[in-house]
Design a protein around this ligand. Structure first.
Ligand code: BGC
Length: 739
């Protein structure tokens, strides 16, 4: 059965019209339907629509989930049956249909972590994944997916980087937008999050990030803006943190001015679970819906909101706007016309879906090192020792609200770890390797390093699986968990043909890098991860992933060598200073400071070689177009990425840029041996401009600019220069962010 067959047939018949409910007519546009429905609603019904419950019991608050809300799920907003308004049934998140803690998690297909999907640099892969998980959400009875994590990797230790899309606004926006479009193709609303600058977990609910408004618009906010334009998500989730001292969910600058004003966003703003702190200030500042009561201290958007409207502290028009935005997104995304039905869960095509997930994992794995072309493993290798990380049974996944439990149940689960559970998905690299190689395979769990070393001496090749578990609610350290650095060093000393497969949610330091023969970054590779790893290692598929974030050499290279908030004090109201790097996130910081990273942004090797060539640039009016070619010079097919960077010639500081260069375009192509592809990109003018807060405009300054055709952010293959005219854009240009 194909995905398309399961997205239910045509829209529900418009029976409502005969019953005096014209908003049920799918032929009308969302704005008209919203207006008509609002006129029929009572104040109580409007208030009910902007108040969300947790969709699980919360015993610590003696809270029982509403009886119609799905079990072990994230959120629920009651519908209005008399008017045909469906309830909102909300599930996490980016890698699939997640389950909140409890005895009966749903078993659903897990995509690789978003960071892995982003590492594919292939929006089609992100779209296919989004379409697949959106389909599982629909068939599981959910019409909202809390998916679309796009916080930039400003803090490489952020425990949720695995849920996000790396450090560059253009790459992140293109990948997340594709995922959201895929999800919403199922008539399921997707929720881009966490708005904004919620870039570390430590003290996330109390800290305030300090940043210049212009720098925010040119970095984290730009990622949101571009992704919203490209995908029109029905909802956006404001984050836990304060931004320049004001909570994101009651930050009028962020919500009213930037999002709804400058970007003309037409969807609704829902709070993160526990991120609403008031009734009147939040409603006035632009929060449209409180989520996940009882995570908040009080039910701010229930009776208190009704009272505030009755007393005119919040206008009736604003309540209409709040409820109207929710309804409009429901109409625009087909929630009325294509109702969900949880009884269809048995129609999920897990076989098809795991192959979607596996394809994403294979596209996103990054070959970081390959001495003497040890990889791909050839079939002359007779014995392989596999060490560590439960590689006999499964692959690691990231923890927290996005946790998906995949079919068959966990291969390994630690229920007692803080911020857990820690879950290995059932997809054995060892078993898949056994089916793809003729070599004798043995497994050592790595718990006793000296034992592993003894066995490593006798093996022809050793593959050490090394991991770093990350989870929501806690930041990491850039170190592999436990004593794995020492284990790898010792094993590599015993056997020079040692390969390391990393399962991490972001960058790690690699003190052993010069001693091992090969390194593959497999991230958290999802339900088909074991097979994907085996196919990459054996060359059944060639690696084509590229790093979506810089891998630093040391903590000292970061803008904040010490993570703010450590040592941890609960509820500390600290300030995190993002004015240090401003918009110079990731490689931009490394370029600006002339730092040599361990691996640069955009980096990744393959088994074959491709030639990037024929760079040309053309200015049509004020718009810059860039062309280049990719030619596969190898004897095997492969997929390759070409990257375009631009920087002001003769001094980036003088032109107000945050760094010497920015990624302005990329393309990934599948090429047969000898095959050629010609790529043509039109560059978004904001990527060539600087945001000026005083005039609220993007200004592209006249002058000469370098254009580089590159394999990664540090290695250009061709270069030319262009002269750009001055151009001024309003903050919402060029596309506007309407829904
Ligand atoms: C997370 C959100 C998530 C929500 C609902 C919060 O803790 O920050 O990303 O969607 O929980 O589970």
């Amino acid at each position: 059965m194909t995905l398309a067959m399961l997205i239910v047939s045509g829209p529900r018949a418009a029976q409502g019209q005969q019953q005096g409910q014209p908003w049920l007519d799918p032929a009308l546009d969302p704005d008209t339907r919203t207006r008509q429905l609002l006129m029929a609603m009572t104040r109580d019904e409007k208030v009910a629509l902007v108040f969300g419950y947790y969709s699980s019991d919360a015993p610590w608050k003696s809270f029982k989930k509403p009886k119609d809300a799905p079990d072990q799920a994230a959120g629920y907003v009651a519908g209005v049956p008399r008017l045909g308004v469906p309830a909102l049934t909300e599930t996490d998140a980016g890698i699939g249909v997640a389950s909140q803690p409890g005895p009966n998690p749903r078993l659903r297909t897990a995509l690789p972590a978003n960071i892995a999907v982003t590492a594919s640099w292939d929006p089609e892969i992100a779209y296919d994944g989004g379409r697949m998980i959106g389909n599982e959400a629909r068939l599981s009875g959910f019409n909202v997916m809390l998916a679309g994590g796009i916080n930039l990797t400003r803090e490489p230790r952020n425990g949720r980087n695995f849920e996000y899309a790396g450090e560059d606004p253009w790459l992140a926006a293109n990948m997340v937008a594709a995922q959201i479009r895929g999800i919403q193709s199922n008539h399921v609303i997707s929720t881009i999050k966490h708005f904004a600058l919620n870039d570390q977990e430590t003290n996330r609910e109390t800290l305030s990030v300090r940043i210049d408004p212009a720098a925010a618009r040119m970095s984290d906010l730009l990622a949101f803006q571009l992704a919203i334009e490209q995908s029109r998500p029905g909802a956006i989730m404001c984050g836990y943190n304060r931004l320049n001292d004001v909570y994101s969910c009651e930050n009028a600058w962020l919500l009213n001015e930037v999002l709804k004003g400058d970007w003309a966003y037409k969807g609704f703003v829902m709070s993160d679970w526990g991120a609403t702190h008031s009734t009147i200030p939040a409603a006035r500042a632009g929060l449209d819906q409180e989520s996940g009561y009882p995570f908040d201290a009080s039910p701010y958007f229930a009776d208190a909101l009704k009272e505030a409207v009755e007393d005119d502290h919040v206008t009736a028009a604003r309540l209409d706007d709040m409820a109207g935005r929710v309804l409009r997104s429901m109409f625009a995304n087909g929630l009325f016309d294509y109702p969900v039905d949880p009884s269809l869960a048995n129609k999920i095509d897990f076989g098809d879906h795991v192959s979607v997930s596996q394809a994403a994992a294979e596209s996103g794995m990054v070959l970081l090192r390959n001495q003497h072309a040890l990889l791909p493993l050839n079939n002359r290798v007779k014995s392989i020792l596999i060490v560590g990380s439960h590689a006999d049974a499964g692959v690691l996944s990231g923890g927290g609200s996005s946790q998906v439990y995949s079919p068959g149940g966990p291969a390994f689960i630690d229920l007692h770890i803080q911020h857990g559970p820690l879950v290995y998905l059932r997809s054995s690299p060892l078993e898949s390797l056994a089916s793809l190689t003729g070599a004798r395979l043995s497994y050592d769990d790595g718990a006793d390093a000296s034992g592993a070393v003894r066995r490593a001496r006798r093996a022809e090749v050793v593959i050490v699986f090394a991991h770093q578990w990350s989870a929501e609610g806690v930041d990491g350290t850039l170190r592999l968990d436990g004593e794995q650095d020492a284990l790898i060093t010792a094993v590599a000393k015993a056997n020079t043909r040692t390969i390391v497969v990393l399962e991490t949610g972001g960058p790690v330091l690699m003190p052993w890098i010069g001693k091992v023969a090969a390194v593959v970054e497999a991230w958290y590779p999802g339900s088909g991860g074991g097979a994907a790893i085996a196919r990459i290692l054996t060359g059944a598929v060639a690696p084509s992933g590229r790093l979506p974030m810089t891998f630093p050499r040391s903590l000292e290279q970061l803008p904040r060598p010490r993570l703010d908030g450590l040592p941890f004090r609960p509820k500390a109201r600290l300030s995190v200073d993002y004015t240090i790097e401003g918009a110079a996130v990731g490689y931009k910081w490394f370029d600006r400071k002339k730092l040599e990273p361990l691996f640069p942004f955009g980096y990744g090797l393959s088994y074959g070689s491709v030639q990037l060539s024929d760079l040309s640039a053309r200015l049509t009016g004020h718009s810059l177009g860039v062309r280049f070619a990719m030619v596969n010079r190898d004897s095997r097919p492969g997929r390759y990425v070409g990257q375009i960077y631009v920087g002001p010639r003769g001094g980036w500081e003088a032109r107000g840029w945050e760094a010497p260069k920015r990624l302005v375009g990329f393309a990934k192509a599948s090429l047969q041996p000898g095959g050629r592809t010609d790529v043509s990109l039109s560059i978004d003018p904001r990527l060539l401009a600087v945001y000026e807060d005083s005039t609220k405009s993007w200004i592209m300054q006249e002058g000469d600019y370098d254009v580089w055709l590159s394999v990664d952010s540090r290695h250009a293959i061709e270069h030319l220069s262009v002269h750009l005219p001055r151009k001024v854009l309003s903050p919402g240009e060029p596309a506007g962010a309407g829904n």
